[in-house]
Design a protein around this ligand. Structure first.
Ligand code: CA
Length: 653
């Protein structure tokens, strides 16, 4: 298809539509359809009785009204019908597309679906509300994949719900007495789950549900629709909506917020995408030769700076927030979105609820042609200070570079990581007593901007990374390293982020294809986006086996929640309440101090116990290397066991 757009600013000026009624609007007995397609020469609405198959009942001609919008109204209720648009272009080119504003769809997302969304609210929905989160630093985020969560036989979830929205919130699931599923989330004490993409994606065939297909979901197809393979019946447009609302409601009942992982940065299909087929060459970035650019590394990148793409992102996010009561968004490859768009989104979400979380990856997957000083890269962080960024500095300082499997970090004996860890403890935010020390790591506008982590779905799990990078060390040593890493992530200033199963030593064993052979380093899968369940699923028996590690994570979370000193809001608070002690380079010790409380936190990565000095007063050990308090008075010098964190709390001055 030819690109008719030579000047995007001019095109926007002449064609952008600002109304809030794109898609389907039901007004009593009247159903209105509006699609923005300024480049087509004719448009038709097709109605079907099914999400696929030969069941078209009607084709209705649409007429062009203002700003490139095509419109038709039907004087009847068409709830339960499926629909597409047929758009005609010059040269007899014709495309049948799914409405970009379809709020529901049929099997495999090939047709839109006209759902009565309000009628799909589960009982009690009106009482479901977003969780209270006054500052992002009060959040403790847990990244989960819907299928991984309950697809294993060890999940204790009823077989008919395994791997699905329903299984995610089945109550009272157990593995040999150990809590699994939603009960595990409650037990651990996290405040938010971040769901890997649950909007409709392309590569799992929903017609073959139950055949063991797998994908992380970063292959977006319909942005306002839910993925069908997580529902009990992908053929019925209503079912996934009702089941997902139930998931949100049950998590809210448990006091847990729901964050969606949104993948606006690229589309799975390029020329076949609904974006391109609706308005050719508009929604993606195009180079001077008319080619799609590839800043995502997935074949294309979207153009958030084009007004209707920006509007699309805003409208989509507002839809998830208002219809599904979503608590936050994680933006995949956020570095591809322009800063202006991200700040507008923040403002728009603030109008609904300022506690809605927003954070993302401050990098791209390839080179973007858009000016880099206008993109949401981490190094431009101050230009979007209220949007969080994944802290890859603390990640790599803790365990070693993600891109070199053999590299080690602070917990695995790399003494060069100390200053980067100190920066991480202060959320990589401005902090007076670290002036001049690793200042390139001082990027967070406030502590709330730093999303601290050492494990996420990308790359190896922490446990697998340790297994490879310090394979010469004993399992006991590596368990201690894992726990020390958790202490840094959870007790540091900023927003802690944990991957599902990290709290019980999640591993992703690689399943080898016929032409592949195993060696020492490839036995774990660091990029399991389409690997089978054997690699990705949570084995809940590992929770039982590693219950000591789980209990330690749980204790850290409880400690973080117990005092505002672990959750400071501003750099000024850091200056006033956080002090590093000088213990040479062997151990990092720091004090958190207010008029009410005083803590000393010691991080000892050495393979021998170390002595540290407490501040004045009498203390007790609030958290030992097993995550337990030891109610015994201590003062002066205390010892910290090898490879561990110790937290002391003052009893009296
Ligand atoms: Ca799908």
């Amino acid at each position: 298809m030819k690109n008719y757009i030579s000047d995007y600013k001019k095109f926007d000026k002449e064609n952008a539509y600002y109304g809030n009624d794109l898609g389907v609007t039901v007004d009593g007995e009247i159903t209105r359809f509006k699609v923005w397609a300024p480049l087509c020469t004719a448009a038709y609405l097709n109605l079907y009785t099914g999400g696929d198959g030969d069941n078209k009942v009607e084709t209705v001609c649409m007429r062009k009204i203002e700003s490139g919008v095509w419109y038709v109204e039907l004087f009847r209720d068409v709830y339960g019908m499926y629909y597409t648009y047929t758009l005609e272009y010059e040269y007899n080119e014709t495309h049948e597309v799914v409405d970009l504003y379809a709020k529901a769809c049929g099997v495999n997302g090939n047709r839109g679906y006209i759902a009565n969304l309000a009628a799909l609210n589960p009982e009690g929905w009106e009482d479901s509300a977003r969780v209270v989160c006054k500052s992002p630093v009060d959040a403790i985020i847990y990244e989960c994949h819907v299928r991984d969560f309950s697809i294993s036989g060890t999940s204790g979830v009823h077989w008919s719900k395994m791997g699905r929205f329903e299984g995610f919130v089945e109550p009272n699931s157990r593995y040999e007495g150990v809590a699994t599923g939603i009960d595990h989330l409650k037990e651990l004490g996290i405040t938010h789950v971040q769901l890997m993409p649950v909007a409709d994606y392309a590569t799992v065939d929903e017609k073959k549900n139950g055949s063991g297909q797998y994908n992380w979901g970063y292959d977006p197809k319909n942005y306002m629709c839910l993925e069908g393979s997580y529902s009990s019946n992908p053929e019925d447009g209503d079912v996934r909506i009702r089941e997902f609302k139930t998931l949100v409601m049950e998590l809210h009942k448990a006091g847990i917020g729901v964050i969606l992982d949104v993948v606006f940065n690229h589309t799975y299909y390029t020329t076949e995408s609904n974006f391109h087929m609706t308005v050719p060459y508009y929604y993606h970035r195009i180079d001077e030769h008319g080619m799609f650019t590839n800043g995502s590394g997935c074949g294309n990148e979207t153009a958030s700076e084009h007004l209707m793409m920006r509007k699309y992102m805003i409208d989509t996010l507002k839809f998830w927030v208002t219809e599904y009561k979503i608590d936050g968004f994680r933006f995949d490859l956020m570095g591809l979105h322009d800063i202006e768009t991200m700040n507008i989104i923040r403002d728009e979400l603030d109008k609904i609820d300022p506690s809605i979380l927003m954070y993302g990856e401050g990098w791209t997957g390839g080179e973007s042609p858009y000016p880099n000083d206008k993109l949401s890269f981490k190094w431009n962080s101050y230009s979007f200070g209220r949007i969080g960024l994944f802290n890859d500095n603390i990640r790599d300082a803790i365990k070693g570079s993600t891109f070199n499997l053999h590299d080690t970090g602070f917990v695995s004996g790399n003494g060069h990581a100390n200053s980067a860890i100190k920066r991480g403890i202060t959320a990589n935010a401005r902090y007076k007593s670290l002036q001049g020390t690793a200042d390139d790591l001082c990027w967070a506008f406030t502590p709330a901007q730093a999303i601290n982590y050492c494990e996420a779905h990308d790359n190896h799990t922490l446990w697998d990374k340790l297994s490879i990078s310090v394979s010469d060390r004993s399992e006991e040593d590596r368990r201690r390293m894992d726990k020390l890493a958790a202490a840094i992530v959870i007790l540091s200033q900023g927003v802690p982020f944990i991957q599902l199963g990290q709290d019980f030593l999640r591993t992703k064993p690689k399943v080898f294809k016929t032409h592949e052979t195993a060696n020492e380093t490839n036995i774990y899968d660091g990029n399991s986006w389409n690997a089978p369940d054997e690699t990705n699923m949570i084995r809940w028996d590992e929770k039982k086996k590693n219950l000591d590690v789980f209990s330690y994570y749980k204790a850290l979370i409880a400690l973080r929640k117990s005092s505002p000193l672990f959750r400071m809001r501003t750099s000024e608070e850091l200056d006033e309440h956080l002090f590093f002690h000088d213990n040479g380079d062997d151990v990092i010790t720091y004090e958190l101090y207010s008029k009410d409380e005083c803590y000393l936190i010691a991080l000892n990565p050495q393979n021998e116990k170390k002595t540290v000095n407490l501040p004045n007063g009498v203390f007790y050990c609030r958290l030992n290397d097993e995550g337990k308090p030891v109610y015994k008075n201590v003062y002066g010098n205390v010892t910290v066991p090898r490879i561990s964190c110790a937290v002391f709390k003052r009893i009296k001055e």
